[in-house]
Write a new protein. Structure first.
Length: 500
């Protein structure tokens, strides 16, 4: 790095000083209050430029914050913790020079680089990339393959969607211009509906009995619900566990049809391995139900990276978190076999159920977003499957009866609902798929001592917010609520200001 480059960095970085008294950490997805992120975005921009110089390629920088409140934001780059926390311009320039040397990046004579900046609809962001999905052909294929014996008149075709007043809502307007503007994630969205289990804003008595869906802020989470009564704000929720079960039943059915016709000529000896992947936040009743169907069910720590990695081990891997974040993965090897098999069947069994089953599975692989959770494509898949089965949302709800649960958040920055301030979320370290807290000393033993019928509770530090998450299950909702509140009090005792 020459003196001109050093001087330019010193000058520009002095315009974006880091926030005083704040240690920035990436967590799960690099989110924090937008008011403290100017220096972080500036420094991540430098990192992106260095990456572009090293690879001689275009680098993308994504600014987002998913389901968090409108004041939050974040940048999707986990490598930048050291840069983000450099206390002054001199230390930052030193770190950059060290990074350039270690990575063998040539700065002298370097050409200009290109950085693509993407965002969603938050007012704190500065650029927007429109990216509409082309889903209609795959969706239409699934709808066209609905069996003639289905009774579509028994199923209400109306669907009301809560787009969280953010980017998912904008994309839904491409399908139907019926949404009004609002504050992102303020009393709306999949995260709010799933955790609070109440009707989102703008929903009410006019929606009683109608199938409804909620997306989160960046449209990668999906939950369904119905409003059972106009006299209460309570809902009947179909969360990620329910969506996973619906997808699993449909895929299992199509695989069964595809493999049962042994007399059809062709390569029909492939045994597809279907796997179901959940986290410890999955309701125990859903796990039991899926296992009773004869499906292979595995459990991972919380976080899409763990679920995705495990699901990729199967020919078809279906994963969902209870919060509605998930997808279906198809191995390349299986898809190659399926495409070949579909071609064979089109010659010898065209129009028969075995051929249609192959076409349906292929259509699902094209409709679903295998790279990441995509609520828009998943809404279409849910609707296609319900139509295929001739099921109402009430029939869907009958798969199993959830064990009551309650999820709470203990905040570090201020009071949140009935919970308390704590000093340091990183003081909680977990293991055993995040079901056991191994630090702070004594807290897990205290949690284990809180007994309720069929009760189970665990805590973990959030990767997306400055909170500790408390999750409780028990035989009744009152017991689950009481268990969660009791453990939240333990969090306060061990980690709140009173413990310092």
């Amino acid at each position: 790095m020459n003196e001109d480059q050093r001087s330019l960095l010193l000058s520009s970085s002095s315009r974006f000083p880091p926030p005083q008294g704040v240690k920035l950490s990436y967590g799960t997805a690099g989110r924090a209050g937008a008011s403290i992120l100017q220096s972080t975005v500036y420094r991540v921009g430098i990192l992106a430029a260095l990456r572009a110089l090293k690879t001689q390629s275009v680098i993308g920088l994504m600014i987002t914050t998913s389901h968090n409140k409108v004041s939050d934001n974040g940048v999707k780059e986990p490598f930048a913790d050291t840069f983000a926390n450099a206390p002054d311009p001199q230390q930052l320039v030193h770190l950059i020079a060290e990074f350039v040397e270690n990575e063998k990046i040539t700065l002298d004579g370097a050409k200009s680089v290109e950085i693509l900046l993407a965002r969603n609809t938050r007012p704190s962001e500065e650029s927007l990339v429109e990216a509409a999905k082309h889903l209609s052909s795959s969706f239409r294929c699934l709808v066209d393959l609905i069996p003639s014996g289905t009774h579509p008149n028994d199923v209400d075709d109306k669907l009301v969607v809560d787009g969280a007043d953010v980017v998912g809502g904008e994309k839904l307007e491409l399908l139907k211009t019926m949404l009004t503007a609002g504050v992102p994630n303020e009393g709306v969205g999949a995260d709010y509906v799933q955790k609070e289990k109440v009707v989102p804003c703008s929903f009410g008595s006019q929606d009683v009995g109608i199938r409804c869906a909620s997306l989160d802020g960046d449209a990668d989470r999906l939950v369904y619900f119905i409003v059972p009564s106009g006299s209460s704000n309570k809902i009947e929720l179909d969360n990620g566990d329910n969506i996973l079960s619906l997808f699993a039943i449909f895929i299992k059915e199509q695989l069964s049809i595809l493999s049962k016709e042994k007399d059809v000529n062709g390569n029909n000896d492939y045994q597809c391995r279907l796997g179901i992947v959940q986290t410890t936040y999955a309701n125990g009743a859903s796990m039991d139900y899926l296992k009773q169907l004869g499906l292979e069910v595995t459990c991972t720590p919380t976080g899409v990276k763990y679920l995705h990695e495990k699901a990729a081990e199967y020919d078809i891997g279906i994963y969902f978190e209870a919060n509605g974040h998930g997808t279906i993965l198809f191995s390349e090897h299986y898809l190659r076999w399926l495409e070949t098999r579909t071609t064979e069947l089109s010659d010898v069994a065209k129009g028969l159920e075995q051929h249609k089953a192959a076409l349906r599975i292929l259509a699902v692989s094209e409709l679903i977003n295998q790279a990441v959770g995509d609520a828009l494509s998943e809404v279409l898949l849910v609707e296609a499957i319900l139509k295929h089965m001739g099921w109402s949302i009430q029939r869907w709800n009958e798969f199993y009866q959830d064990l009551p649960s309650r999820q709470l958040k203990a905040s570090f920055l201020g009071h949140l609902s009935i919970l308390w301030i704590v000093m340091d979320r990183t003081a909680v370290v977990t293991e055993n798929a995040e079901t056991v807290a191994v630090t702070t000393p004594g807290i897990q033993e205290a949690i284990d001592a809180v007994k309720y019928p069929r009760g189970r509770c665990f805590i973990r530090p959030s990767g997306t917010e400055d909170v500790i998450r408390v999750y409780a299950k028990a035989s009744t909702q009152n017991a689950a609520d009481s268990l969660a509140n009791s453990v939240a009090e333990l969090v306060d005792r061990f980690l709140g200001f009173g413990s310092s």
